[in-house]
Design a protein around this ligand. Structure first.
Ligand code: BGC
Length: 745
């Protein structure tokens, strides 16, 4: 009978009936804010708390499906107690969980899948610090776009990158993950990485996550998870700019950091989250904690238990809880007790749901679960080519006596050094899903062979770097019969990344012994140095005729190094972190303040700020890197001597390729504000340009300095500009520069 009535209903009434049954949040035609608002009205407080819960996933198919821990997580998904999972990857695994969320939970709210896609997914790119040395935002953007294409083809929606923490301390293992010591360059590169990951929020994109907010790169003594003590003036001027730039570039999410800021853990720091991020910067996305950083508020001595944690975190503006499970368990009770308002909870949940709607998850929860994309879009020849290009552009040439490099392919090479043949020591931390075959990286040995080199190889040192004379002697024997020696020095990739702080970032003794043995052969020595951080090279440097700093270059490491060694690519990278002269000098960075005694005050070299045993300057300064050609800088000109607010100053310089090869040069512009109400650094990078010059060619490079670039942050984060005298410097690194002056009126 009912059916009959329905059949008899006029068409327009029929569609109204159906509409009434379809909740507004499922209606694609409605704007996102309406859909979010509708969904919120339907959610219980428990389901809202569930959206704030992010669980570590793992595998859910095969034997893992019967694991009690995994079963319990699946049950939570069914109950709507999980908003996101991390570390679930692949079309099959993500689909398994998404099915539970969409088909079995009451409201069918899809899960957002996250993973640390830091420098590639299966095609691995140079580590971020290396990539930054290319000073090429378009390239950094391309690298993250490729990573996003691969990750999104394997079920993922979201990465925990880019890390934009400024750091001056190579003891910290995570310098590998950032863009070095400069706030301006860090912002430019960070913004580019955000844009690469996110694109236009399309199918081949994933959401970015700016981390770790805030000031995580300043961990004391470079020790992971250590305290941070930086005042607001320094925070604003040196650490905040990259977060701000990455947020301004549209980053969808931000991650709280582990550290404490001004006595309050960043995860519950209302100044950082509510005041700076949301109010001052207008951030509209959502926040996620770092792994159990909510829970660790107990160890910090800031919160008593999960209830205290959840209350403090959410009231400070934080949102999603990675792995503490405090939000999901405690928020309902806190709301009931009036300790967390429904408005605060709704704001957090709405921010998460909005992103889920924005990327189309409600309309197609399986958007990234297409086996065809997984098959076609990952580890392609095209992606590997892009990675090789990025790798070549990340390699630093630090020394090249008598133009010993590039090498002739016909040379008989003695290749020495364990790292040169060990893929395991290239890939360790943050290599997403590329650890196993066929994604393993091309080693230096393989790369040189691919390039047609004639090679004899010896291991040279032990994996554990303990002295081993027999290995050094064997290496010297091989070197004796070769035309030239290439020795791969440095430390394993296993020492780069999170929880990989080291107190002595330098060339190990066993490798110095090896260098001594090799030197005795009288052969020329080319050192290729592998490390995820700048190492102290001072003791090794005198033994080396050339130094190529390889960092960790990704899938194409060996091929890219061969490109540089044989001159198929002319190196152009410039370091984004100073290379310390000695460990005791750390932190050493170019944009330091002047001291009250910057140089000798008594005419005899005493009583000024210095070390008695080593120089103040780093071995290689920020911005330094050689090429197979040479460049000269001349004719620095300003189009005016003074400028006012709103005006621009044109700065030009002539750069000439004075060598015999074409090359790319990174022209850097720095300023100095001589007298200010808050003292300013001796140099601050304000612009750069990468130019290509044919042999003998000269180009005039032009920068426009606008008055805003002369400002600095006061302790409240307000940009301030004062009249006074400025210097402008231009050069190919932060040390060797031309100088001119102007006034701001
Ligand atoms: C790291 C984050 C990372 C997270 C998830 C934490 O330990 O600090 O950078 O995104 O784990 O893997």
């Amino acid at each position: 009978m009912k059916k009959l009535i329905l059949l008899l209903l006029p068409l327009h009434l029929f569609s109204i009936t159906v509409m009434a049954q379809t909740p507004a949040y499922k209606n694609k035609q409605l704007p996102v804010d309406k859909r979010v608002a509708d969904l919120l009205t339907r959610m219980t407080v428990e389901e809202k708390a569930g959206q704030l819960n992010q669980l570590n996933g793992g595998a859910f198919t095969g034997p893992a499906a019967n694991d009690p821990g995994q079963k319990a997580k699946m049950e939570m998904v069914r109950k709507g107690q999980v908003g996101s999972m991390l570390n679930v990857t692949g079309v099959t695994e993500t689909r398994t969980i998404q099915d539970l969320a969409v088909k079995e939970s009451r409201l069918g709210i899809p899960i957002i899948f996250a993973f640390d896609v830091i420098h590639g997914y299966k095609t691995i790119f140079p580590i971020p610090i290396a990539d930054a040395c290319a000073w090429d935002p378009a390239l950094s953007q391309q690298a993250t776009a490729v990573a996003a294409k691969e990750a999104s083809a394997e079920g993922l929606h979201w990465t925990f990158a880019p890390m934009v923490d400024v750091s001056r301390d190579p003891r910290w293992g995570r310098v590998m993950e950032g863009a070095g010591e400069d706030p301006y360059l860090g912002g430019v590169i960070g913004a580019a990485r955000v844009k690469g990951f996110q694109g236009n929020f399309g199918k081949d994109n994933i959401l970015a996550c700016v981390k770790h907010f805030a000031v995580y790169g300043a961990v004391e003594a470079g020790r992971e998870y250590n305290q941070v003590s930086v005042d607001r003036v320094n925070t604003w001027n040196f650490y905040m700019p990259p977060y701000k730039a990455a947020v301004a570039a549209g980053a969808a999410t931000v991650m709280n950091s582990f550290n404490v800021f001004e006595g309050v853990p960043a995860s519950a720091n209302s100044y950082l989250v509510n005041e700076v991020l949301k109010k001052q910067w207008g951030f509209k996305g959502f926040l996620v904690s770092d792994w159990n950083s909510f829970g660790e508020m107990v160890q910090h001595g800031y919160a008593k238990d999960n209830k205290d944690i959840a209350m403090k975190a959410i009231n400070a503006g934080s949102m999603m809880d990675m792995e503490t499970r405090a939000m999901v368990s405690e928020i309902p009770g806190l709301v009931k007790e009036g300790k967390v308002s429904m408005k605060t909870l709704d704001a957090a949940v709405a921010a998460i749901l909005t992103m889920k709607f924005k990327i189309g998850l409600f309309d197609d929860p399986y958007i990234n679960c297409d086996p065809q994309r997984e098959k076609n879009n990952v580890f392609t020849a095209e992606h590997r080519n892009i990675s090789r290009d990025a790798a070549r552009k990340s390699i630093l040439l630090l020394k090249n006596n008598e133009g010993i490099l590039p090498l002739n392919r016909a040379a008989n090479i003695a290749l020495i050094g364990r790292w040169a043949e060990s893929a395991d020591d290239i890939f360790d931390f943050w290599v997403a899903n590329a650890k196993s075959d066929p994604y393993r990286p091309v080693t230096l040995l393989e790369g040189l062979k691919n390039a047609g080199a004639k090679i004899k190889y010896a291991r040279g040192y032990q994996d554990d770097l303990k002295p081993d004379n027999a290995l050094a002697d064997e290496a010297a024997g091989i070197a004796n019969n070769a035309d030239i020696v290439i020795v791969n020095l440095g430390i394993s990739g296993k020492l780069a990344g999170e929880d990989r702080s080291i107190a002595m970032p330098e060339i190990p003794e066993s490798q110095l012994d090896l260098l001594r043995a090799l030197k005795k052969t009288g052969k020329k020595i080319i050192a290729v140095v592998s490390a995820g951080r700048p190492l102290v090279l001072t003791k090794a440097e005198p033994y080396c005729d050339a130094i190529v700093y390889a960092w960790i270059l990704g899938t194409e490491q060996g091929n890219a190094l061969a490109d540089v060694i044989f001159g198929d690519y002319n190196p152009s990278a410039k370091t984004v972190m100073s290379f310390p002269y000695a460990v005791g000098q750390i932190p050493v960075y170019y944009n330091h303040m002047n001291t009250s005694r910057p140089s000798s005050t008594d005419g005899q070299g005493n009583w000024y700020s210095r070390y008695r045993d080593i120089p103040n300057d780093p071995l290689y300064p920020f911005g330094f890197g050689l090429s197979y050609t040479t460049y000269s800088y001349s004719n620095l000109k300003l189009n005016r001597n003074s400028l006012k607010k709103g005006e621009k100053l044109e700065v030009t310089v002539a750069v000439k390729n004075t060598g015999s090869r074409a090359g790319e040069e990174i022209v850097q512009l720095y300023i100095r504000d001589l007298i200010a109400n808050q003292i300013r650094p001796v140099k601050e990078l304000k612009g750069f340009e990468k130019i290509t010059l044919a042999p003998g060619q000269e180009k005039t490079v032009r920068f426009m300095l606008d008055s805003d670039m002369l400002s600095y942050y006061n302790s409240n984060g307000v940009l301030t500009i004062e009249p006074g005298e400025f210097r402008v410097f231009i050069g190919g690194n932060s040390r060797d520069v031309l100088e001119a002056k102007f006034n701001f009126e």
